[in-house]
Write a protein that binds this ligand. Structure first.
Ligand SMILES: [Ca+2]
Ligand SMILES: [Ca+2]
Length: 102
């Protein structure tokens, strides 16, 4: 019986740079393993798939991801931010998209 630490990120959704995040909703963070902004507090969790890498960041440390960057092996990338609406719902909005090195 594998423990939850044996396959980190297996519970988090996986995306490609061309994915749509419409309707995704809040994404609960796995325990972060990286400190993206170097303030000493772990805030980022990275998952690797066969064709891409996803970087999830919980900027306000509430346990739910606020930013997602996806970089595919061929250099295509996309970034999204989670926006909370006043009624408590939220949605992911794409903030960037392109190809690395161009
Ligand atoms: Ca940090
Ligand atoms: Ca958060």
């Amino acid at each position: 019986m594998p423990t939850s630490g044996e396959f980190p990120g297996i519970g988090m959704p996986s995306f490609e740079a061309s994915s749509s995040l419409d309707g995704l909703g809040p994404v609960e963070m796995e325990p972060p393993t990286q400190d993206l902004d170097s303030d000493g507090i772990l805030d980022t969790f990275t998952t690797s798939g066969p064709d891409s890498m996803s970087v999830w960041t919980d900027t306000d440390l509430d346990g739910y991801a606020d930013q997602l960057s996806v970089v595919e092996n061929d250099g295509d990338y996309s970034a999204w931010e989670y926006h909370r609406n006043p009624d408590g719902t939220g949605d992911w909005r794409q903030t960037d998209q392109g190809t690395l090195g161009e």
